[in-house]
Design a protein around this ligand. Structure first.
Ligand SMILES: C[S@@+](CC[C@H](N)C(=O)[O-])C[C@H]1O[C@@H](n2cnc3c(N)ncnc32)[C@H](O)[C@@H]1O
Length: 296
C-alpha cells in the first residue's frame, strides 16, 4: 500500500519532483498531458494509461488502474462488500458462528484468504481447475497459517457431478467468485503480454463472458443455503445480462439484489441472493435490467 501510495504521489506530483530522500524512479518523468485538477479516478487512470503507453510500460491500462485503485483503497472491493454483508446479516452466520464460504476460481487464494483472515469464525472451500492455482492457494494459506479453516479442492465447475464431495460442511452461506468473464471476442484486444503469459482459460468467459458465471448460478440450488448470497466480479455488461438470465430462470429462486461500481464508476460487482428473504434493498440496490443500461 505504501509503495502504491508513493508511486501515485510521485506520478501525480508531475515534472520536477525528485522524491526527496526516498527517490522514486518515476518522479523525473515528464507527463505528456498536463494534469489539471480536480480529477476523478477515471481521468487519472486515463491520463496515466496514455503516459504508460507512450513509455512502453506493459499492461498500461491495467497497471494504471491497479495503482490508482491501490492508492484509493479500492483494490479489495469485492471482499469488503462480502464483509459488510456478513456484518449486517445474521443469515450469513453458519453453525460455527461464521459463514461457510465457497470461492470458485480461487487463483492465488487472495479473496478466500482475505475473507478468512477477517472472519476468524469462518471456513472456506476454495476450488480451482488449475493445478498451479491450487498449489499457490495452498502455499499462501500455509504462509498465513489459515490452513485449518480452508479446504482447497482441484475442481472444474463445468464438469457434471463433481460437486457432491464439495459439501462436507453442508450447503454454503456464501459463494464468492472472480470468474473468467471476458467476452471471447475481447480476448484478442488483451495486451500481448497478458495473452502470452496468462492462461486464457483463467480469463475467457465464452461468447458473452457468461460460461462460468452461469455454471456457478445453476449449481447454487445444491450448494447454497436458502438464505445464501453470491458475490461476483463481472464485466460492466454483465449486470444486465445476468439479471435477464436469472429472470428467465425463476426455478433457481435467485435474484440480483445489488450492483456495485468499481472506483472508475463501472458496474462490476453483483450481489445475488436466493429468494425467501424479505429484507429491504440496500441503497445501491439493483434497479432491474431496463434501468441498468450504462449510458455511452
Ligand atoms: C480471473 S481468475 C481469478 C483468480 C482469483 N480468484 C483472483 O481474484 O485473483 C479466474 C480463476 O478461475 C479459474 N477457473 C477457470 N475456469 C474454471 C473452472 N471451470 N472451474 C474452476 N475454476 C476455474 C482459473 O483457473 C482462475 O484461477
Amino acid at each position: 500500500m505504501e509503495l502504491g501510495g508513493r508511486m501515485l504521489w510521485a506520478l501525480l506530483s508531475g515534472p520536477g519532483r525528485r522524491g526527496g530522500t526516498r527517490g522514486w524512479a518515476f518522479s523525473s518523468w515528464q507527463p505528456h498531458l498536463p494534469l489539471a485538477g480536480p480529477l476523478n479516478a477515471t481521468e487519472v487512470v486515463s491520463h496515466w494509461t496514455a503516459v504508460f503507453e507512450k513509455r512502453g510500460i506493459p499492461e498500461a491500462q491495467a497497471s494504471s488502474e491497479y495503482i490508482v485503485a491501490h492508492v484509493l483503497g479500492a483494490k479489495t472491493e469485492l471482499v469488503e462488500w462480502v464483509l459488510e454483508e456478513v456484518a449486517q446479516s445474521p443469515c450469513t452466520v453458519g453453525a460455527q458462528g461464521g459463514p461457510l464460504i465457497l470461492e470458485v476460481g480461487c487463483g492465488s487464494g487472495a479473496i478466500a484468504l482475505s475473507l478468512l483472515s477477517q472472519l476468524p469464525q469462518s471456513r472456506v472451500i476454495a476450488v480451482d481447475k488449475g493445478e498451479a492455482a491450487i498449489c499457490l492457494t495452498q502455499e499462501n494459506a500455509q504462509r498465513l497459517r489459515l490452513l485449518d479453516r480452508i479446504r482447497i479442492v482441484p475442481l472444474d465447475v463445468t464438469l457434471e457431478g463433481s460437486w457432491a464431495h464439495l459439501l462436507p460442511w453442508g450447503p454454503m452461506d456464501l459463494v464468492v467468485s472472480n470468474p473468467p468473464y471476458i467476452f471471447h471476442q475481447d480476448m484478442e484486444q488483451l495486451a500481448p503480454e497478458i495473452r502470452s503469459y496468462e492462461d486464457p482459460l483463467a480469463l475467457d468467459g465464452g461468447e458473452e463472458g457468461m460460461d462460468i458465471i452461469t455454471h456457478i448460478l445453476a449449481l447454487t440450488p445444491w450448494l447454497l443455503k436458502d438464505s445464501g448470497s453470491i458475490f461476483l466480479e463481472v464485466d460492466p455488461r454483465h449486470p444486465e445480462l445476468v439479471g435477464s438470465w436469472l429472470q428467465s430462470r425463476p426455478n433457481l429462486s435467485l435474484g440480483l439484489v445489488a450492483v456495485r461500481r468499481d472506483f472508475c464508476g463501472r458496474p462490476r460487482f453483483l450481489h445475488i441472493r436466493r429468494s425467501g428473504q424479505q429484507r429491504g434493498c440496500p441503497a445501491d440496490a439493483w434497479p432491474g435490467p431496463q434501468a441498468a443500461r450504462v449510458p455511452g
